[in-house]
Design a protein around this ligand. Sequence first.
Ligand code: FES
Ligand SMILES: [Fe+2]
Length: 344
Amino acid sequence: MTLLRNCWYMAAWSDEVGPAPLARRLLNEPIVFFRDINGQVAAFPDRCPHRFAPLSMGQVVEGGIQCRYHGLRFDRTGRCVYSPYSDQPPARASLAPIPLVERDGFIWFWAGNVEAADPATVPDMAFLFQTPTTDLVRMHVTQRSSFLLGIDNLMDPSHVPSLHADSLAPPPDMFRHARYSVIREEGRVTSLWRFPDADGEFPDHQWLKATYSPPGTVLTSAGLDMLSGAALPPGILFYNLHVLTPETATSAHYFSADIYDRAKVDPDFASQRAALLLDQVFGEEDDPILAGIEARMAGEDFFALNPALLPIDGGAVEARRLHARLSEAESRTARPAGFDTLNT
Ligand code: FES
Ligand SMILES: [Fe+2]
Protein backbone atom coordinates (compact mmCIF):
# COMPACT_ATOMS: atom_id res chain seq x y z
CA MET A 1 0.00 0.00 0.00
CA THR A 2 1.38 3.33 -1.01
CA LEU A 3 -0.03 6.15 1.00
CA LEU A 4 -0.87 9.61 -0.16
CA ARG A 5 1.38 12.18 1.49
CA ASN A 6 0.54 15.58 0.16
CA CYS A 7 -2.85 15.85 1.76
CA TRP A 8 -4.58 16.63 5.05
CA TYR A 9 -5.38 13.70 7.31
CA MET A 10 -7.54 13.91 10.36
CA ALA A 11 -5.44 13.75 13.52
CA ALA A 12 -7.99 14.15 16.31
CA TRP A 13 -11.22 15.69 17.40
CA SER A 14 -10.62 19.09 18.98
CA ASP A 15 -11.81 17.90 22.37
CA GLU A 16 -9.23 15.10 22.41
CA VAL A 17 -6.42 17.65 22.72
CA GLY A 18 -6.62 19.23 26.13
CA PRO A 19 -4.15 20.49 28.72
CA ALA A 20 -2.15 17.23 28.78
CA PRO A 21 0.03 16.18 25.82
CA LEU A 22 -1.61 13.62 23.54
CA ALA A 23 0.55 10.87 22.01
CA ARG A 24 -0.77 9.50 18.75
CA ARG A 25 0.85 7.35 16.04
CA LEU A 26 -0.14 8.64 12.62
CA LEU A 27 1.17 7.20 9.35
CA ASN A 28 3.55 5.20 11.51
CA GLU A 29 5.06 8.30 13.12
CA PRO A 30 4.79 8.93 16.85
CA ILE A 31 3.46 12.46 17.18
CA VAL A 32 2.69 14.60 20.20
CA PHE A 33 -0.18 17.07 20.21
CA PHE A 34 -0.73 19.71 22.83
CA ARG A 35 -2.80 22.78 23.40
CA ASP A 36 -0.83 25.69 24.79
CA ILE A 37 -2.20 27.92 27.53
CA ASN A 38 -3.61 30.26 24.86
CA GLY A 39 -5.69 27.37 23.49
CA GLN A 40 -3.63 26.92 20.31
CA VAL A 41 -2.93 23.37 19.15
CA ALA A 42 0.56 22.31 18.09
CA ALA A 43 2.15 19.02 17.04
CA PHE A 44 5.70 17.72 16.81
CA PRO A 45 7.41 14.39 16.28
CA ASP A 46 7.11 12.80 19.72
CA ARG A 47 10.86 12.75 20.36
CA CYS A 48 12.85 15.31 22.25
CA PRO A 49 15.80 16.55 20.17
CA HIS A 50 18.09 16.33 23.23
CA ARG A 51 18.19 12.63 24.11
CA PHE A 52 15.02 11.44 22.47
CA ALA A 53 12.60 11.13 25.37
CA PRO A 54 8.93 11.06 24.31
CA LEU A 55 7.71 14.62 24.67
CA SER A 56 4.26 13.22 25.36
CA MET A 57 5.63 12.18 28.77
CA GLY A 58 6.22 15.85 29.53
CA GLN A 59 3.79 18.57 30.39
CA VAL A 60 2.30 21.72 28.95
CA VAL A 61 3.62 24.79 30.74
CA GLU A 62 3.56 28.49 30.09
CA GLY A 63 5.41 29.02 26.85
CA GLY A 64 4.98 25.53 25.42
CA ILE A 65 5.74 21.90 26.20
CA GLN A 66 8.39 20.79 28.66
CA CYS A 67 10.33 17.55 28.34
CA ARG A 68 10.09 15.31 31.37
CA TYR A 69 13.69 14.13 31.24
CA HIS A 70 15.82 17.28 31.63
CA GLY A 71 13.23 20.01 31.38
CA LEU A 72 13.98 21.66 28.04
CA ARG A 73 10.95 23.65 26.98
CA PHE A 74 9.71 24.21 23.40
CA ASP A 75 7.25 26.77 22.12
CA ARG A 76 4.64 26.18 19.40
CA THR A 77 7.16 26.91 16.66
CA GLY A 78 9.51 24.20 17.96
CA ARG A 79 12.11 26.63 19.29
CA CYS A 80 13.74 25.76 22.61
CA VAL A 81 12.78 28.65 24.87
CA TYR A 82 14.04 27.44 28.24
CA SER A 83 16.87 25.32 29.59
CA PRO A 84 17.45 24.56 33.27
CA TYR A 85 21.21 24.61 32.54
CA SER A 86 21.81 27.90 30.86
CA ASP A 87 20.40 31.38 30.39
CA GLN A 88 20.79 30.79 26.69
CA PRO A 89 18.48 28.00 25.46
CA PRO A 90 20.34 25.75 22.99
CA ALA A 91 19.45 26.82 19.44
CA ARG A 92 20.38 23.38 18.11
CA ALA A 93 17.67 21.70 20.17
CA SER A 94 14.67 22.47 18.03
CA LEU A 95 11.65 20.64 16.67
CA ALA A 96 9.99 20.78 13.27
CA PRO A 97 6.32 21.67 13.81
CA ILE A 98 3.80 19.59 11.89
CA PRO A 99 1.35 21.74 9.92
CA LEU A 100 -2.06 21.67 11.58
CA VAL A 101 -5.44 23.22 11.03
CA GLU A 102 -8.18 23.16 13.66
CA ARG A 103 -11.62 23.92 12.27
CA ASP A 104 -15.22 23.01 13.15
CA GLY A 105 -14.05 20.66 15.91
CA PHE A 106 -11.65 18.74 13.64
CA ILE A 107 -7.84 18.78 13.82
CA TRP A 108 -6.13 18.02 10.49
CA PHE A 109 -2.42 17.52 9.88
CA TRP A 110 -0.37 17.68 6.71
CA ALA A 111 1.63 14.51 6.01
CA GLY A 112 3.72 15.69 3.06
CA ASN A 113 6.13 18.43 2.07
CA VAL A 114 5.68 21.25 4.56
CA GLU A 115 5.98 23.92 1.83
CA ALA A 116 3.00 22.42 0.02
CA ALA A 117 0.65 22.59 3.03
CA ASP A 118 -2.18 24.90 2.03
CA PRO A 119 -4.87 25.51 4.69
CA ALA A 120 -7.28 26.37 1.86
CA THR A 121 -7.36 22.68 0.91
CA VAL A 122 -8.42 21.41 4.35
CA PRO A 123 -11.67 19.40 4.01
CA ASP A 124 -14.54 21.79 4.65
CA MET A 125 -16.95 20.27 7.17
CA ALA A 126 -19.01 23.42 7.74
CA PHE A 127 -21.85 21.90 5.69
CA LEU A 128 -22.49 19.41 8.50
CA PHE A 129 -23.77 22.15 10.77
CA GLN A 130 -27.05 22.80 9.02
CA THR A 131 -28.94 24.39 11.90
CA PRO A 132 -27.87 26.21 15.08
CA THR A 133 -28.76 23.07 17.04
CA THR A 134 -26.93 20.59 14.82
CA ASP A 135 -24.50 18.53 16.85
CA LEU A 136 -22.10 15.67 16.29
CA VAL A 137 -21.77 12.42 18.23
CA ARG A 138 -18.00 12.35 17.93
CA MET A 139 -16.28 8.98 18.21
CA HIS A 140 -12.71 7.77 17.87
CA VAL A 141 -11.42 4.24 18.08
CA THR A 142 -8.48 2.25 16.74
CA GLN A 143 -9.33 -0.16 13.94
CA ARG A 144 -7.20 -3.33 13.88
CA SER A 145 -6.83 -3.39 10.12
CA SER A 146 -5.51 -1.19 7.37
CA PHE A 147 -7.33 2.01 6.62
CA LEU A 148 -8.22 0.85 3.09
CA LEU A 149 -10.12 -2.12 4.54
CA GLY A 150 -12.10 0.42 6.53
CA ILE A 151 -12.86 2.40 3.36
CA ASP A 152 -13.96 -0.83 1.61
CA ASN A 153 -16.28 -1.55 4.48
CA LEU A 154 -17.86 1.90 4.59
CA MET A 155 -18.39 2.00 0.82
CA ASP A 156 -20.24 -1.29 1.07
CA PRO A 157 -23.41 -0.99 3.17
CA SER A 158 -24.62 -4.23 1.62
CA HIS A 159 -22.79 -6.10 4.41
CA VAL A 160 -25.15 -4.60 7.01
CA PRO A 161 -27.98 -7.18 6.92
CA SER A 162 -25.50 -10.02 7.40
CA LEU A 163 -22.81 -8.64 9.70
CA HIS A 164 -25.04 -6.31 11.69
CA ALA A 165 -28.11 -8.56 11.93
CA ASP A 166 -27.92 -8.51 15.76
CA SER A 167 -27.39 -4.77 16.18
CA LEU A 168 -28.83 -2.70 13.33
CA ALA A 169 -31.11 -5.57 12.28
CA PRO A 170 -32.33 -4.28 8.91
CA PRO A 171 -34.62 -6.45 6.75
CA PRO A 172 -32.41 -9.43 5.78
CA ASP A 173 -33.09 -9.15 2.06
CA MET A 174 -33.14 -5.36 1.79
CA PHE A 175 -30.44 -5.34 -0.90
CA ARG A 176 -31.89 -8.18 -2.99
CA HIS A 177 -34.13 -6.00 -5.17
CA ALA A 178 -32.26 -2.75 -4.71
CA ARG A 179 -30.80 -0.82 -7.62
CA TYR A 180 -27.13 -0.12 -7.32
CA SER A 181 -24.97 2.40 -9.11
CA VAL A 182 -21.47 3.75 -8.74
CA ILE A 183 -20.97 7.42 -9.48
CA ARG A 184 -17.50 8.57 -10.41
CA GLU A 185 -16.79 12.28 -10.10
CA GLU A 186 -13.64 14.35 -10.05
CA GLY A 187 -11.79 13.26 -6.90
CA ARG A 188 -14.56 11.16 -5.38
CA VAL A 189 -16.63 8.00 -5.76
CA THR A 190 -20.19 7.32 -4.61
CA SER A 191 -22.06 4.08 -3.98
CA LEU A 192 -25.78 4.69 -4.41
CA TRP A 193 -28.48 2.19 -3.48
CA ARG A 194 -32.16 2.74 -4.21
CA PHE A 195 -34.83 0.53 -2.65
CA PRO A 196 -38.25 -0.52 -3.95
CA ASP A 197 -41.47 -0.16 -1.97
CA ALA A 198 -44.12 -2.89 -1.74
CA ASP A 199 -45.40 -2.00 -5.23
CA GLY A 200 -41.96 -2.32 -6.75
CA GLU A 201 -41.68 1.45 -7.21
CA PHE A 202 -38.50 3.29 -6.20
CA PRO A 203 -39.69 6.23 -4.10
CA ASP A 204 -37.48 9.29 -3.76
CA HIS A 205 -36.75 8.87 -0.08
CA GLN A 206 -35.61 5.24 -0.18
CA TRP A 207 -31.91 5.49 -0.83
CA LEU A 208 -28.57 4.98 0.82
CA LYS A 209 -25.38 6.65 -0.27
CA ALA A 210 -21.67 6.44 0.60
CA THR A 211 -19.18 8.91 -0.88
CA TYR A 212 -15.41 8.45 -0.63
CA SER A 213 -13.09 11.44 -0.80
CA PRO A 214 -9.35 10.71 -0.55
CA PRO A 215 -7.43 10.17 1.50
CA GLY A 216 -9.79 8.80 4.13
CA THR A 217 -13.25 10.36 4.28
CA VAL A 218 -16.51 8.51 3.66
CA LEU A 219 -19.77 10.38 4.04
CA THR A 220 -22.80 8.16 4.27
CA SER A 221 -26.32 9.44 4.11
CA ALA A 222 -29.73 7.85 3.92
CA GLY A 223 -33.20 8.84 2.96
CA LEU A 224 -34.73 6.02 4.94
CA ASP A 225 -34.52 4.56 8.39
CA MET A 226 -32.77 1.24 7.79
CA LEU A 227 -34.55 -0.35 10.71
CA SER A 228 -38.12 0.44 9.73
CA GLY A 229 -37.79 1.25 6.04
CA ALA A 230 -39.64 4.52 6.70
CA ALA A 231 -38.54 7.98 5.62
CA LEU A 232 -36.40 9.66 8.26
CA PRO A 233 -38.04 12.29 10.40
CA PRO A 234 -36.76 15.68 9.27
CA GLY A 235 -33.81 16.96 11.27
CA ILE A 236 -32.60 13.62 12.61
CA LEU A 237 -29.35 12.07 11.39
CA PHE A 238 -28.64 14.03 8.27
CA TYR A 239 -25.38 12.22 7.69
CA ASN A 240 -22.83 9.88 9.16
CA LEU A 241 -19.27 10.97 8.69
CA HIS A 242 -16.34 8.58 8.81
CA VAL A 243 -12.70 9.61 8.60
CA LEU A 244 -9.89 7.08 8.58
CA THR A 245 -6.23 7.87 9.12
CA PRO A 246 -3.56 5.16 8.96
CA GLU A 247 -1.91 4.41 12.30
CA THR A 248 0.39 1.67 11.04
CA ALA A 249 0.26 -0.51 7.91
CA THR A 250 -2.25 -2.75 9.66
CA SER A 251 -4.20 -0.37 11.89
CA ALA A 252 -6.08 2.89 11.53
CA HIS A 253 -7.67 5.65 13.54
CA TYR A 254 -11.37 5.55 12.90
CA PHE A 255 -13.12 8.84 13.59
CA SER A 256 -16.83 8.87 13.12
CA ALA A 257 -19.65 11.27 13.73
CA ASP A 258 -23.38 10.99 13.69
CA ILE A 259 -24.89 14.31 12.81
CA TYR A 260 -28.14 15.10 14.59
CA ASP A 261 -30.31 17.93 15.79
CA ARG A 262 -30.01 18.14 19.55
CA ALA A 263 -33.27 20.11 19.76
CA LYS A 264 -35.16 17.08 18.50
CA VAL A 265 -33.70 14.18 20.44
CA ASP A 266 -33.59 12.92 24.01
CA PRO A 267 -30.73 14.19 26.17
CA ASP A 268 -29.14 10.74 26.24
CA PHE A 269 -29.31 10.30 22.45
CA ALA A 270 -25.57 10.88 21.96
CA SER A 271 -24.41 8.45 24.64
CA GLN A 272 -26.85 5.76 23.51
CA ARG A 273 -25.84 6.21 19.90
CA ALA A 274 -22.14 6.03 20.73
CA ALA A 275 -22.67 2.87 22.77
CA LEU A 276 -24.57 1.19 19.93
CA LEU A 277 -22.17 2.21 17.18
CA LEU A 278 -18.83 1.95 18.95
CA ASP A 279 -19.31 -0.92 21.35
CA GLN A 280 -21.62 -3.13 19.36
CA VAL A 281 -21.64 -2.29 15.62
CA PHE A 282 -17.94 -1.49 15.40
CA GLY A 283 -16.45 -3.26 18.42
CA GLU A 284 -18.25 -6.59 18.13
CA GLU A 285 -18.99 -6.73 14.41
CA ASP A 286 -16.98 -4.56 11.97
CA ASP A 287 -13.63 -4.49 13.77
CA PRO A 288 -13.33 -8.27 14.37
CA ILE A 289 -14.22 -9.14 10.78
CA LEU A 290 -11.85 -6.51 9.36
CA ALA A 291 -9.06 -7.72 11.67
CA GLY A 292 -9.77 -11.25 10.42
CA ILE A 293 -9.53 -10.06 6.81
CA GLU A 294 -6.26 -8.28 7.59
CA ALA A 295 -4.85 -11.50 9.04
CA ARG A 296 -6.00 -13.65 6.12
CA MET A 297 -4.69 -11.20 3.52
CA ALA A 298 -1.33 -11.35 5.32
CA GLY A 299 0.03 -8.19 3.74
CA GLU A 300 -0.82 -9.19 0.15
CA ASP A 301 -2.25 -6.68 -2.28
CA PHE A 302 -6.06 -6.84 -2.47
CA PHE A 303 -6.25 -7.23 -6.27
CA ALA A 304 -3.25 -9.56 -6.42
CA LEU A 305 -5.26 -12.04 -4.31
CA ASN A 306 -7.84 -12.15 -7.12
CA PRO A 307 -11.00 -11.49 -5.07
CA ALA A 308 -14.24 -13.05 -6.39
CA LEU A 309 -15.86 -9.66 -6.82
CA LEU A 310 -19.64 -9.19 -6.95
CA PRO A 311 -21.61 -6.27 -8.42
CA ILE A 312 -22.09 -4.95 -4.83
CA ASP A 313 -18.33 -4.33 -4.65
CA GLY A 314 -18.31 -1.63 -7.31
CA GLY A 315 -18.02 1.38 -5.00
CA ALA A 316 -15.32 -0.14 -2.81
CA VAL A 317 -13.31 -1.21 -5.87
CA GLU A 318 -13.61 2.22 -7.48
CA ALA A 319 -12.54 3.86 -4.21
CA ARG A 320 -9.43 1.67 -4.10
CA ARG A 321 -8.69 2.49 -7.73
CA LEU A 322 -9.05 6.21 -7.10
CA HIS A 323 -6.70 6.02 -4.11
CA ALA A 324 -4.20 3.95 -6.11
CA ARG A 325 -4.30 6.37 -9.08
CA LEU A 326 -3.65 9.36 -6.85
CA SER A 327 -0.85 7.71 -4.91
CA GLU A 328 0.80 6.46 -8.10
CA ALA A 329 0.63 9.97 -9.55
CA GLU A 330 2.19 11.33 -6.37
CA SER A 331 4.92 8.66 -6.46
CA ARG A 332 5.92 9.76 -9.95
CA THR A 333 6.76 13.18 -8.56
CA ALA A 334 9.31 13.63 -5.79
CA ARG A 335 8.44 11.67 -2.66
CA PRO A 336 7.51 14.06 0.10
CA ALA A 337 9.96 14.08 2.98
CA GLY A 338 9.27 14.19 6.66
CA PHE A 339 7.58 10.88 7.43
CA ASP A 340 8.62 7.28 7.37
CA THR A 341 6.70 5.42 4.72
CA LEU A 342 4.33 2.53 5.09
CA ASN A 343 4.98 1.52 1.53
CA THR A 344 5.28 -2.17 0.99
S1 FES B 1 15.68 14.25 26.57
FE1 FES B 1 14.38 15.96 26.59
S2 FES B 1 15.37 17.40 27.80
FE2 FES B 1 16.71 15.74 27.74
FE1 LIG C 1 -20.35 -2.43 9.18
